[in-house]
Design a protein around this ligand. Sequence first.
Ligand code: SF4
Length: 339
Amino acid sequence: MARRRIIPLFVPHAGCPHQCVFCDQRSISGAAEPVTPRQAAAAVEQALRRSGPGAELAFYGGSFTAIDPAAQEALLAAAQPFLADGRLGALRCSTRPDAIDPAVIDRLRRYGVGTVELGCQSMDEAVLRAAGRGHTAADSRRAAAMLHAAGIRVVTQMMTGLPSDSDEGALATARALADLRPEGVRIYPTVVVEHTPLAARWRRGDYQPQSLDGAVTLCAALWEQFRAAEIPVLRVGLNPGPALEAAVLAGPYHPAFGELVLGRMFLRRARPLLEPLRGSGRVTLAVAPRNVSRMTGQHRANLLALQGEFSIKTLKIVPQPLGEWEICLQTQPAAGIVS
Ligand code: SF4
């Protein structure tokens, strides 16, 4: 799926029929009130002037297709002049899986919405119930099928660390989501945010969040699983921002969570290459220039871990013109490459 610049506009909690236990969109999105059509048009005009044509407008932070239809249409109509003059490349929205039906699909098509992000969160019924989602895994399957049948791209969102979930459960959710053949996926570890039911449970000692290290390890495994299924991972971890950082009480929040996950993936992928070189004096691994810091890890954590694990005296990481995921071993005799 071609990646465009996204102009995100927020409709915090608009259309939401339930209070999901983990969610406070005002903190997560940093927006206090839903954007109005007039504000939407002004924001798009400003963003396009700043960064040129071709961006995609996204309505995030609520259940867009469950908003009152007239209000939905007013927001979608505000985008039409920019689509018509070719400066806006596309339109997308995020919504709940149970807020997709034939009337919604018809509206999305009439206004040229090309992608819908479905907040599936889990494909385990017990986890969905514990999260207060108010929809089922079957709703996610049905919504993805209806959108695809209408020619609308689907991005599925899933969470890790929800109450009643486990690492095995998250991996099973990822397999079930991969079966829906979405054009992309986003993965969000559960973070305890102030003013949510989960915050109250955490304060009572009824909820234990994932550790940062545990969430990074699991998300690296999920990423590998989606990659094996040829489904692009568009994001891992919440977008950092001052409102969110002020509201986070506990859980695996890190402003560069996605980079930590990529670093963990490179650590996992380097291990089989180094196994035959245990006890070596000097080993050099080459990766693409943009991956040198990922392979090295934050504060050289990967480098030090691999040196210790394989008793290698000097381990060097060097940039080479390699593919996105490749690691090339430059030390003889066991030269190899993984991709
Ligand atoms: S997770 Fe989605 S559906 Fe649930 S309250 Fe938040 S925005 Fe609404």
